[in-house]
Every structure is written in C-alpha cells, then in structure tokens.
Write a protein that binds this ligand. Structure first.
Ligand SMILES: [Zn+2]
Length: 296
C-alpha cells in the first residue's frame, strides 16, 4: 500500500486530486469510507482518501482516538486512508498531532501577517519533521474565510494568492503542500445550498501558482464548487481537494430523515444509517469528479 507521500506523487503524476473529507463522528467516517470502497471496486485500484479533523472536530473525537481510528482502518482493510490535522493554529497542536501519528498537518497561519505566517509555518515544519519526517506539512496563504457553515454573504477581505507570494512562502518555510486562495471559499452561501449559485475558481491562477512554486497544492473550501471547475482544478495542479460544509449539510439532512422515519426508535445505529447514506452519495460523486471518472 502506498504512503500518503507516494499517493500524492501518484495523484500529481496523473493530474487527479485526492479527496479530503472532514468528520466529527463515526457516521460521516463510515459514509466516506463506504464511498471510497465503492469507487475502488469500480476501478480495481485503491483510491486514496484523506480524512480531515479541524481543531474543533479533533477535540470532539479526541486527537489520539482520531489517529488510532484511521490507522486501524488502514491496517484492517489494507486501504490508503490517511488523517490530516486540518487548520491547526498553534505549534502546540502541531506537536500533539504529530505525536499522535497524524499523516498530514495543515498549519494555518493565514490569519497572521505574512512574516509571522512564514516564521510560524517554518517552525511547524521543523517540529513535525523532527517527530516523523514522513508527515506531510501544508501551509496556507491568502484569505478565503474561516467557517464551514451556511452564510448569508461572502466573508469580507477575501484575498487571492499570487505566484510571487507562493514562491516566497514555499521557499522560506520548507512546506510539502501549499494551500493558496484561488477563488475558493470556506463555507457555503444560502444560494449555494439551493444550487442557484456555484463557486467559480480562477483556473489560470491555479496553473500560474503551481508552475511557479512547483509544489503539491490543496484546494480548500470545495463545497458548492461548479463540477467543471473541480475537474479543471485537479487537471491544473490541485493535488488535494477539501469538502466539508456539504458533508455537514448531508449529515444534518440524514439525521433529520432518520429521526422522522423512525419516530419511536432510540437505537442510534438504526437512526444514523440515513446520515451515512447521504454522506456516501456526496463523497462518491466528489471522488469521481476529482479522479476524472466518468459517470456510467
Ligand atoms: Zn480549509
């Protein structure tokens, strides 16, 4: 089985993207894993999956428990499923995630002045690699909002990244993966929940940043992006694509359906399959787009 580093190299060579999906609990994890297994059965080739836990999500699950859970699935099923410490804001948390055995750490200093972002991200790389050089460390530049929720309007101060800024950041920090701002946005607008509007990406900017910095890149805030832009982003240099808000919506929809359809039921494992199913549907669809798999 390939490691995360090998999976990234493979995805990059094939110009496809690894899907990164956030979880807070087991129903979401089961839905994501089932989607990965479905696609794998379809292609006869294991499709790598990245599971993300933000600081809030990993506090709810437990940092070491999250790591143990994903490792156990990787071993039990011999499946390339990996764990990312999504949007880690402090060096203490970098150390905790690295020590627990996370495969990837995103140190997010994008809210800091650029010089401070560079200094702290460089330190995050040093800390993580001192614990395990195999850990993939990601850094972030630009501003795309912070919340994976449904919003009335776009966040203020969205700041797109430039190739010059990307080169300087990559060289000064020694990161393995860069998260730039290229028209993507965290969270969903109400108009995107209904499908009336989609996020559109600056594909030329993705190509230019990728060509200049020569690193793997991550597209954050993928929820609600136009299908064709997902496909173009993967072909243009995005090696990882994050989806979170869509899964939170699906989770809620599934839990509500599970409760409504089983009004007397109190066994969670009989209520939650509806949430597993809703999440599995979305993840299957996203993995197909990220990997250029045509619909049958
Ligand atoms: Zn993100």
């Amino acid at each position: 089985m390939k490691t995360l580093r090998e999976s990234l190299a493979d995805a990059d060579a094939r110009r496809v993207a690894i899907g990164h999906f956030n979880i807070s609990e087991l129903a979401a994890l089961n839905g994501i894993f089932a989607a990965g297994q479905n696609i794998t059965a379809l292609r006869h080739d294991s499709t790598p999956i990245l599971i993300g836990v933000s600081e809030g999500e990993r506090d709810f699950i437990g940092v070491r428990r999250a790591a143990a859970l994903i490792r156990s699935m990787r071993e039990e099923y011999d499946y390339p499923i990996f764990l990312n410490a999504d949007h880690t804001h402090s060096l203490e948390r970098v150390k905790a995630a690295a020590g627990a055995g996370f495969d990837e750490i995103l140190f997010d200093g994008s809210g800091l002045p650029i010089e401070e972002n560079i200094a702290q991200t460089k330190e995050a790389v040093r800390i993580a690699h001192a614990i395990d050089p195999e850990i993939v460390v990601e850094g972030e530049i630009g501003y795309i909002g912070t919340s994976s929720e449904v919003m009335e309007k776009r966040p203020d101060n969205i700041a797109l990244s430039t190739p010059e800024e990307a080169v300087r950041f990559v060289q000064a920090t020694g990161i393995d993966v860069l998260a730039p701002a290229v028209g993507n946005m965290h969270g969903l607008l109400k108009t995107m929940v209904t499908g009336a509007e989609h996020k559109r990406l600056d594909i030329e900017r993705i190509k230019a940043i990728r060509a200049a910095c020569g690193k793997y890149m991550t597209l954050h805030g993928g929820s609600g992006t136009a299908d064709e832009d997902f496909v173009a982003a993967a072909k243009s240099g995005m090696t990882i694509i994050h989806v979170s808000s869509e899964l939170r919506l699906a989770w809620r929809r599934g839990v509500e359906a599970g409760l409504k359809n089983n009004p007397e039921e109190i066994a969670p494992y009989k209520i939650l399959p509806a949430a597993v199913f809703e999440i599995q549907k979305i993840v299957t669809d996203r993995i197909k787009l990220f990997n250029g798999i045509e619909e049958e």
